[in-house]
Structures are given as C-alpha cells and as structure tokens.
Write a protein that binds this ligand. Structure first.
Ligand code: SF4
Length: 347
C-alpha cells in the first residue's frame, strides 16, 4: 500500500527509521540491516562508510525498493519527501526511481547497455519520465554529457559505451542519473574502479552538480578518504548496524567508536610518516547469519577489557540521535584512549 504520511518539503528529504532488512537464503536468514536510522537534508551529502557486508548498500537499495520481495523482509520506515517507501507499489517506486531518486553504481560497464549508444541511454529515461519528444530528449542528453565534462558531446553521444574510457563511462552514468533532476542521488562506490586523478575529478563533479541541482547525495564507500573531502555528514556501519554518526569534520577529528578508529588506522595517508605502519583491523566481519550478541564488533575490538565484565559480549550498545557512537566506553574513556593510543598511530 502506498501512503503519503508527511508534507513534501517539510522535514528532512529522506528519513530512515528503525530499518530492518532480512534475506532468506539456503543457509538461513541473513540479518543484513539491523535497526538503522538516519536523516538526510536537501543539498547535503551523507557518507555511509563500512567494510563490505556492513549493510551500507543493502540499506540504500531498500530506499530505492530494489530488493526482491519474494526473498526479502523489510521492516521500518523510509520517508522520501514525505512519501512512505516501504510497502509502496512497484508502479510508485518505478515513478520515483529516476524522477526523485537515481543511483550511480561502481561498475559503469554493467550499468550501461553495450547495445545502445550512450546518447540513447541518457535520453530514453528522460523521455519516459517527462514525455519529451525524441529530439528534445536527445538534446537534453547531449547537454548533460557536456555538463559532466565529455568533450564534443554532440559527437560522443553517438558512441557506444565500449568506445568510452572508464572515467568517461562513469561520467556518462552520472549524466544518466542526473538527466531527470533527481532530488536524491545515491552513489555506491562511484570511484572505486578509477585511478586517483579521475577519482578526484568525479568527486569534484558530483560536488559541482550538487551545487547546481541542489540534490541530496548519499555516498556509499569503504574508504574514509573519499568522504573526507566530499561529504557533510557521516554514518559508519558495521555488521548491519549504524555504529557512529556525526558531521564528517567531527567524526574525523574526534572519532568515538573503536571500529572507526580501526578504519582510520588502516587508511593510507599522503601526509603520514612512512615509519608509521598501516594497521589493518584484525579478524573479519561476522557472519550475518549468526551475528555475535552484544556489540557486534566485540570479537575484533581491542578495548573490551576497558569496559569490563562481559558487557560488550552481552549488551547491545545503542546509537543515540545526533553526534553519537554505539559503544559502552564512557565519553572520558573514548577521549583518552583515542588521544593516547590511536592518534599517535595516525601520523
Ligand atoms: Fe569495543 Fe565494547 Fe565499544 Fe563494542 S562496546 S566497540 S566491543 S569497547
């Protein structure tokens, strides 16, 4: 059933509350997302960071209603511009995708069809959503290719994806995503396959287009370096849960969760002293078929003894609203441990 439960234009553009996503698999029920909440305002960029399997992509596919309803159980509230997305009909979701929300994937080769020209793949969704003529839609596609920095766009629109370089295909995909002026853009590892220079150009481009279109952006990545210069707000996810949130500036300056400390210590830094070795987080993320009780990070966490007893293994820490970290360490312990044991390792 589709319901409109809020005023479009009032409140955050996207509000996700207590989202749970479970998948039926041959091995049992996978708890992919476990009670995640966040808001996103218009014109802001939210970075969602975590290792693979943390639930960051699954959360966002739920916003788009892209999970197979036969094998997926979704509970919670997803309000997009006042419209409830969980339980919306396929027809409503189809209308919203491309119109209000669009997605950029990591792999432009699979997202673009090899059988159609780039111009056609950008113009068709525009025609479908706006009712524009073929000619108008083609002109719009050429203009979008120009906007994302493709040289000679009128000529290159007639090319097929394999005639584009990796960076140009990624730009073409951004043009395709933005052609209908979506209010929300979800970019899932949009620069992972690209070299560092092209990566920086694509991130700059997203920023510029956001300024022009005023869209909200969700940037999903495993790389804290990518969000550092691009996002306004940050949500760190681990084992299907949100474990830390805040503005990017606050989280990167004073991270409060041991998992975020681990991500930072394992991140290569241009300015760091080469004598300070990178420190990967020991162990591997847990199986979501049987996630650990209590804090899901406790099997890998070096600070369990600072909390004491078996609290980390038995009691689930809660992530509060606003600037917060889901960890049983006291505020004082988080400050001291970070300053004394983590900050020196960051160089
Ligand atoms: Fe580590 Fe315990 Fe904090 Fe979890 S709650 S991050 S196990 S100290």
């Amino acid at each position: 059933m589709t319901t409109t439960t809020g005023d479009p234009g009032a409140g955050p553009f996207l509000s996700v509350r207590d989202l749970y996503v479970r998948f039926d698999t041959e091995d049992g029920l996978v708890r992919a997302v476990d009670g995640v909440s966040f808001d996103l305002e218009r014109g802001r960029t939210l970075g969602i960071v975590g290792e693979s399997g943390s639930g960051k992509s699954v959360t966002n596919l739920s916003v788009l209603g892209l999970h197979d309803p036969r094998t997926t159980h979704t509970r919670g509230e997803i309000l997009l511009d006042g419209q409830e997305m969980t339980g919306a009909t396929e027809r409503t979701l189809e209308r919203l995708r491309g119109n209000k929300v669009a997605m950029i994937f990591q792999d432009s080769l699979t997202a673009l069809s090899p059988y159609y020209t780039v111009g056609r793949q950008i113009s068709e969704p525009y025609r479908k959503h706006t009712g524009a003529s073929r000619k108008e839609a083609w002109e719009r596609a050429v203009a979008m290719l120009g906007k994302v920095g493709i040289p000679q766009p009128a000529l290159r629109a007639k090319d097929y994806p394999h005639q584009f370089s990796g960076g140009m295909r990624q730009r073409a995909m951004i043009a395709m995503a933005l052609v209908c002026d979506p209010r929300l853009l979800i970019a899932d590892e949009p620069t992972t396959a690209l070299d560092v220079t092209v990566q920086a150009q694509i991130l700059d481009l997203l920023h510029d287009l956001q300024q022009e279109f005023g869209s909200a952006i969700i940037l999903i990545t495993h790389d804290l370096g990518v969000v550092a210069n691009t996002a306004d707000d940050l949500l760190v996810m681990y084992a299907g849960r949100a474990v830390e949130r805040g503005t990017v500036r606050d989280v990167l300056r004073e991270p409060r969760h041991p998992y975020t400390w681990g991500l930072l210590a394992s991140m290569p830094r241009l300015e760091s002293d080469v004598a300070v070795p990178l420190a990967p987080i020991p162990g591997a993320p847990p199986s979501l078929l049987a996630p650990p009780p209590g804090c899901p990070f406790h099997p890998r966490c070096a600070f369990v003894s600072e909390v004491g007893g078996d609290r980390c293994a038995s009691e689930r820490p809660v992530l509060a609203e606003g600037r917060s970290a889901a960890c049983h360490l006291s505020a004082e312990q988080k400050r001291t441990l970070f300053d004394e044991r983590i900050r020196p390792r960051l160089g």
